[in-house]
Design a protein around this ligand. Sequence first.
Ligand code: ATP
Ligand code: MG
Length: 243
Amino acid sequence: MLKIEKLNKYFGDNHVLKDISLDIETKKTTVIIGSSGSGKSTLLRCINLLETPNSGVINLDGTELDFSKKIPGNVKKSFTKRTGMVFQSFNLFPHKTALENIIEGPVVVLKKDKKTAIDEAMELLRRVGLEDKRDSYPNQLSGGQQQRIAIARALAMKPEVLLFDEPTSALDPELGAEVLGLIKELSKEDYTIIIVTHNMSFAREVSDEVVFVEKGEILAKGSYDDLTAMHNERITQFLSYLD
Ligand SMILES: Nc1ncnc2c1ncn2[C@@H]1O[C@H](COP(=O)(O)OP(=O)(O)OP(=O)(O)O)[C@@H](O)[C@H]1O
Ligand SMILES: [Mg+2]
């Protein structure tokens, strides 16, 4: 279980996350929705410590980080390793091949031996349907293929929580669909997944739980159908607007 308690994040005077409390259940898929600027990306970035919250607590299966105290660098580092982030813009290393991108983390961060890392990477390449692209560089791959490599790279670290920040918004609908298909498959497996998306039909299909964030606060939480049944004007408008 990933437990977030009273998390606050400021950028200068801008209070972006306001006392966010949220339980993310293991092996479930949680979808975060809400209007632009509401703090969705910041919340994901706080979970994998790309941003440091100003206060609050994050507890991942018993490891607790209390942000009102100073957290040692090594504690942060080992916590970050337990989460894997997939970005909107893929963020692959441009000078490394698909295979090299995938083995980088396992070899450098997890200190795996190269042969094991390559064997595992090949399995992941098969998993994402890109075995034949092992020696291609990112600029030789389509956006959808790059994103599937980025997903394989995240999986290679065997993270306890997979984070996706609008994984298909940089892709045309067709390439987006192949990435969404892959995420849908992963969501049926044992992964704990948190996805930020503006794609409401995908949210409905893939989510065990939907979290609606508005101006840095959680306005509603529940299954997609729960949210629909709330008959809250703001939520109904949002769900229908983007569907
Ligand atoms: N690094 C940063 N420095 C300063 N302000 C930031 C930073 N990152 C985000 N913000 C601000 O925090 C607020 C929330 O931004 P965030 O990116 O989390 O929104 P979002 O919900 O992901 O929006 P979108 O749907 O457009 O991606 C915005 O007001 C934004 O300007
Ligand atoms: Mg965002």
